[in-house]
Structures are given as C-alpha cells and as structure tokens.
Design a binder for this molecule. Structure first.
Ligand SMILES: CC(C)(COP(=O)(O)OP(=O)(O)OC[C@H]1O[C@@H](n2cnc3c(N)ncnc32)[C@H](O)[C@@H]1OP(=O)(O)O)[C@@H](O)C(=O)NCCC(=O)NCCS
Length: 196
C-alpha cells in the first residue's frame, strides 16, 4: 500500500487539524487553530496529514490521520514548554543538539491498524533527520494503551515515568528515539508526499 501524505503550511494546517480533531472522541481537550498557530509560529515544525478513501465511497478521499511535530529548545518561554523541558531534565541533552517534540497526532477510528500512523511517523523522522534533528520526544499517559502499544512498535524508548499517585492511569510516560541513518533504514512505508 502506498500512503498519501499531505504536508501543510502553518495557517492552513492549523485549520485542518482543528477540523480533524473533531473526529477524536477520546481527546478531552481539542486544540484550536489559534492554539496551534501560537505554539508553532517561530519554531521549526511539520504538519502532516494522511488521506485515504472512504470505505463506502472509494472515490472520496478524506483526511484520516495527522501528526504535528516541532522543535523543543533548552530555554522555552511558553509556560507549558518550559515545564516540559524542566521535566526532561537529566533525561534529554539539549546542548548543541536539535530536539524534536511530537506534540499531537492520531488516526481516526475507522482507519486504525492500517499503517497510517507509521507512515506519518516515518515521514516526520525522514524530515527531522534531513533538518539535522538528533532526537524525537513524545509524551503520553499510562492509560493511553493504543498509543503506548504503537510507540512500542515504532521503537520509541521510555526515558521517564512520572507517577500520578492519585490515579496511575494519569501517570505520564516520556519516550524518545535517537535519529540516525539506521532509523531511516528501518522505515517500511511507501509514501507519496504532497506539499499543499
Ligand atoms: C495510536 C494510534 C495513533 C495508532 O494509529 P494507527 O494508524 O492505527 O497505527 P498504525 O496502523 O500505523 O500502526 C503502527 C504500529 O503500531 C501498532 N499498533 C497500532 N495500534 C496498536 C494498538 N492498539 N496496540 C498495539 N500496537 C498497535 C501496529 O501494529 C503497527 O506496528 P507494525 O507496523 O510494527 O505492525 C491510534 O490508535 C489513535 O489515534 N489512538 C488514539 C490516540 C490517543 O490515544 N491519543 C492520546 C494522546 S497521546
């Protein structure tokens, strides 16, 4: 199978992501286009979306999965990112290295298990390697079993577990993948990437 991936410029991509997130019932707090713009403006980022046919109407191609990654710096002024960097202290080296953060992403339920998220992840890793990034980080929660299982298959390593004493499902799991040529060699998806 050849995956169709669209790479969006910031403003249009932010709107597309706001739209696709409406299909994710499990996301408690959906991101608005304004929030996405605020986060990504002024930093390296990549907005990707996978498209596929509607099963009952194969001529109709719709967005089915997305992924947003961005640069994370040692000194962040945004309070959330500042907090994230502080929590990664001792687990991630920022000095003279480019670190990429996987912020948001997912696949619509009816298209899960078909490789769309692997294709998006592999495309983001190829892009990141070409841009000189050294490491990709991602954060999830203990209770997100699908995401944890997927990140396991995609060969992310756990670098930190942050327990939530009140509710272990809410405990945070931080994972990472060092980027080198061997990561790209392990890629399996055939992809067509269209710049919007
Ligand atoms: C996690 C998620 C993105 C996976 O998307 P997907 O398009 O179904 O993933 P893919 O089909 O590309 O699968 C990628 C790999 O993960 C594995 N995988 C997918 N879903 C899995 C699951 N539920 N459990 C274990 N492994 C899984 C696949 O087998 C595949 O491995 P392989 O390529 O080695 O065979 C999707 O289930 C999702 O959007 N879930 C909700 C998102 C979420 O929980 N977000 C919380 C915030 S982090």
């Amino acid at each position: 199978m050849e995956y169709l991936i669209k790479q969006y410029p910031l403003e249009q991509g932010a709107l597309e992501i706001q739209y696709i997130e409406e299909f994710f019932g499990e996301f408690p707090r959906k991101k608005t286009a304004a929030e996405i713009l605020r986060r990504l403006e002024g930093r390296e980022h990549l907005l990707l979306m996978a498209e596929a046919p509607l099963p009952e109407e194969p001529g109709n191609i719709v967005p089915v999965a997305f992924k947003v990654v961005h640069e994370l710096r040692a000194h962040e002024t945004d309070p959330k990112l500042h907090d994230l960097v502080a929590r990664l202290n001792g687990c991630v080296t920022f000095d003279d290295r480019k670190v990429l953060y996987t912020w948001i992403g997912g696949t619509r339920r009816d298209w899960r298990g078909q490789g769309h998220f692997r294709a998006l992840t592999e495309e983001s890793e190829s892009w990141a390697f070409a841009c000189g990034f050294h490491e990709v980080l991602v954060k999830t929660k203990n209770k997100f079993f699908e995401m944890r299982g997927t990140l396991d298959h995609l060969r992310f390593e756990v670098i930190r577990f942050e327990p939530n004493p009140a509710d272990n499902g809410e405990s945070k799991v931080y994972l990472s993948k060092r980027l080198d040529a061997s990561v790209l060699d392990a890629h399996r998806s055939a992809r067509t990437v269209v710049q919007v």
